[in-house]
Design a protein around this ligand. Structure first.
Ligand SMILES: [Zn+2]
Length: 227
């Protein structure tokens, strides 16, 4: 039964790949296979190097994983843009599923998955947090629960894109607060973001999690920005 309505839906509302604008068939994922396989994968050496640079000295983040390397004007940027600004939530779910394939291989013992929150004013403006959808795909694939209420963004921070690393760290200082301490205490938490740049936001969230009694904090993102 489900097949027929989706065919009709496809006829009236055709879907297009956000990477190459090709029309997608009903059976295809929300990004075509060629586009998915064109995205640069973050290899082990790069992940180790980035972990050492961003997180090791602070001892707040146990480990981290990014599936891809973010490249300007390439496929992944178009996909994330379509998720954030064209409300193509299925892209978020798909990115979460792809992320799960990598995380599954790492044997991390995670109890709870938490997306990095955006401020409620920004959420009101945009209507959603894109990382929530990535988290949903991730949670379903890993069969690990998630919570979107365990941590809140209490300060409206300006966009990080034009700030240098020090400014970024200051910008997110004290920006987060734990909403449900009971859920965090003693747990191994996995934080989820769409793109990790300096890691300042992840670190700040990690601090808040650890001070709320988290046993350990892991982090992941769809992509990492090379700097
Ligand atoms: Zn495509």
């Amino acid at each position: 039964m489900k097949f027929i309505p989706s065919l009709i839906f496809d006829f009236f509302l055709p879907r297009f790949c956000p990477g190459c604008n090709k029309k997608l068939s009903t059976q295809e994922k929300p990004v075509c296979g060629d586009c998915i396989s064109s995205i640069l994968i973050a290899d082990e050496d790069r992940l180790q190097y980035e972990f050492d640079r961003k997180f090791r000295s602070e001892r707040m983040i146990e480990n981290f994983y990014s599936k891809y390397v973010f490249e300007t004007d390439k496929t992944l940027q178009h996909i994330i843009h379509a998720l954030k600004y064209q409300r193509q939530f299925k892209l978020g779910i798909l990115l979460g599923e792809i992320l799960a394939e990598g995380i599954n291989l790492l044997n991390w013992e995670i109890d709870l998955i938490i997306p990095i929150p955006i401020h409620h004013l920004k959420k009101a403006e945009r209507g959603f947090n894109q990382s929530d959808f990535i988290t949903k795909g991730l949670s379903k694939s890993l069969k690990i629960p998630y919570s979107t209420k365990s941590i809140k963004r209490i300060r409206y921070t300006e966009s990080q894109t034009k700030l240098n690393p020090d400014q970024r760290a200051n910008n997110v200082a004290d920006a987060f607060k734990v909403g449900e301490k009971k859920k965090i205490r003693g747990k191994n938490i996995l934080l989820v973001d769409d793109v990790i740049t300096t890691g300042a936001t992840i670190l700040e969230c990690g601090k808040v999690m650890v001070s709320a009694g988290a046993n350990s904090v892991y982090a992941c993102s769809v992509a990492i920005v090379e700097q």
